[in-house]
Design a protein. Structure first.
Length: 533
């Protein structure tokens, strides 16, 4: 009996399906003409169901059984991330739900991305959870993707759902291609460029060739087998930098070859979270320097390896945004102004004051490296900005001996002149000596001499920099010695400051220990020259 009823009913069911297929289209068209607002409402209803699956409380107006079904379905859908209490609380804000549905509608229709809705969601998420902008974007993207997929899957007609997916994907790809052509700066993100900036600088400070070609000097503590790391000095510098306020300035000073830039590079490589970093060489500054924003952007474009015009617009917009402290990147920003003594004609005090003021607005900090004598005599007294100085000393005799011992070289019992022993306290000169041992050009410390150290220093200067010519260096050094001897012969000891900035630069350079050990004793033997360093 039961079988015969099912047999009888089956033809009527088939007939009903056929009739429904015929009248479904005109009924949908009639509904669209008479109640167009319900179509959007219906789409929003499908989206609201997905939001419930993500953790939004079901509407109290729903029947109890529907609420229970929705909650059961949410157990299948919800992930560990969306189970977190603070994310659940954020999702249950009505304004958040409206903005998410707005983003989903635009994604489904492949219309232009509504930046206002996204920015409102980012701000509300950060305010509610205290997490980063990057995290906010990730959560928003996950939620919108779930809503769009849930909407497409919730369509009654499977074929229509597939067609909409294909249409949406095609339109999205076309729109993105057009958007990249018309607004190339909009496809950039601060996270992407900071990642490129970090990779570029890490590679630069970890490779001898890259550091020379990119920075004009060999500055690669990540590539060298550093035999003795100045851990205490690096920690002191790092603690001081961390404690600086926005716009704060730390000046790393010391004699040529003591490792000022090296210390800054070692600190940068040691921090686990790298700040956005603009490395500016003294050679990159030209007088008059009225547009410091352009200088910083040029340095960032260089390290982010991007198109100058496109990146310039992006960074200008970022700087305007960062004037609001709540919208700054959490990892911060630093500017490294390296080797200002190399360009003595530049008005560095004015530039440092401008950079400090600029970085105060952006929440950044400034690191300056300079020879101690130059900075004290020519820059420090002219500054309006308060600074903190961190001197980098030479090696102590104990540190020098430890470094030599690590290379199985002993200084004990060796017949070294005072000038040579003193010169080996300079990190650069000691490095030159160690290179000679490594190349087997030197087999015993006793073989070291003033003339050899001078010659190797000239060679190293030419090898490690594009700016220093060995011939020019030799000529300047020869001219310096000639003037000292001339002064000693005529017994002229009234004013010893007779050298211009370039010659002073030679004397204040890595040859200082050698020069003081050769030329000055010679002059003093003639009782004609008095010098106080």
């Amino acid at each position: 009996m039961e079988l015969s009823v099912s047999v009888l009913i089956r033809p009527f069911l088939s007939m009903g399906k056929g009739i429904w297929a015929q009248i479904k289209r005109p009924l949908a068209e009639r509904k669209a003409l008479t109640h167009p607002e319900q179509e959007k409402h219906s789409l929003y209803s499908v989206m609201e169901k997905t939001l419930v699956h993500l953790g939004v409380e079901p509407s109290a107006s729903q029947p109890t059984w529907k609420r229970w079904v929705s909650l059961l379905e949410s157990k299948i859908v919800i992930t560990e991330t969306f189970s977190l209490p603070h994310i659940n609380e954020w999702l249950n804000v009505g304004e958040v739900q409206e903005h998410l549905k707005h983003l989903a509608i635009h994604k489904l229709t492949s219309s232009r991305h509504p930046l206002e809705s996204e920015q409102a969601l980012i701000e509300s998420y950060i305010a509610k959870t205290g997490e980063t902008e990057n995290r906010a974007k990730d959560i928003i993207n996950q939620a919108v993707t779930a809503i769009t997929e849930g909407t497409l899957s919730g369509l009654k007609d499977p074929e229509l759902g597939i067609l909409m997916r294909m249409h949406s994907q095609t339109m999205h790809e076309r729109f993105e291609a057009l958007n990249r052509q018309l607004f190339p700066e909009q496809i950039l993100s601060i996270q992407q460029l900071c990642s490129v900036n970090e990779k570029w600088l890490t590679e630069t400070l970890s490779n001898k060739i890259r550091s020379k070609t990119r920075l004009g000097q060999v500055l690669c503590p990540g590539d060298s087998g550093v035999v003795l790391k100045r851990t205490a000095l690096i920690k002191q510098f790092s603690d001081t930098l961390s404690a600086l306020p926005d716009g704060g300035v730390i000046v790393v000073t010391g004699a040529e070859g003591n490792g000022k830039s090296w210390l800054v590079a070692q600190h940068w490589l040691s921090v686990p979270v790298k700040p956005l970093t603009a490395f500016i060489r003294a050679e990159d500054i030209e007088e008059p320097c009225n547009d410091i924003t352009a200088v910083i952007i040029n340095a960032l474009c260089h390290s982010c390896q991007g198109d100058g015009s496109v990146h310039t617009k992006f960074w200008q917009e970022q700087f305007r945004t960062w004037c609001d402290s709540s919208k700054r990147p959490t990892y911060g920003m630093i500017i490294i102004l390296d080797g200002i003594n190399q360009r003595p004609a530049i008005r560095w005090a004015q530039l440092i004051d401008k950079l400090s003021e600029f970085l105060q607005c952006l929440g950044g900090k400034l690191i300056v490296t300079s020879r101690q004598h130059y900075f004290t005599q020519n820059v420090e007294s002219r500054l309006a900005t308060p600074i903190i100085k961190r001197p980098v000393p030479e090696w102590s005799p104990e540190e020098r001996d430890t470094i030599l011992a690590l290379r199985h070289i002993s200084i004990a019992g060796r017949k070294l002149s005072v000038s040579v022993a003193t010169s080996l306290l300079n990190p650069r000169m000691l490095g030159i000596a160690l290179e000679l041992f490594s190349a087997e050009q030197l087999h015993d410390l006793a073989e070291l001499s003033v003339s050899l150290m001078l010659f190797e220093h000239i060679k190293a200067s030419q090898r490690d920099s594009y700016d220093v010519s060995a011939e020019l260096f030799s000529n300047e050094l020869r001219s310096f010695g000639k003037k000292v001897l001339e002064r000693s012969e005529i017994k002229d000891n009234e004013d010893i400051d007779i050298f211009d900035a370039e010659l002073n630069g030679v004397f204040e350079g890595g040859c200082r220990p050698l020069l003081t050990g050769v030329f000055l004793p010679l002059a003093r033997r003639h009782n004609a020259l008095s010098y106080s360093s």
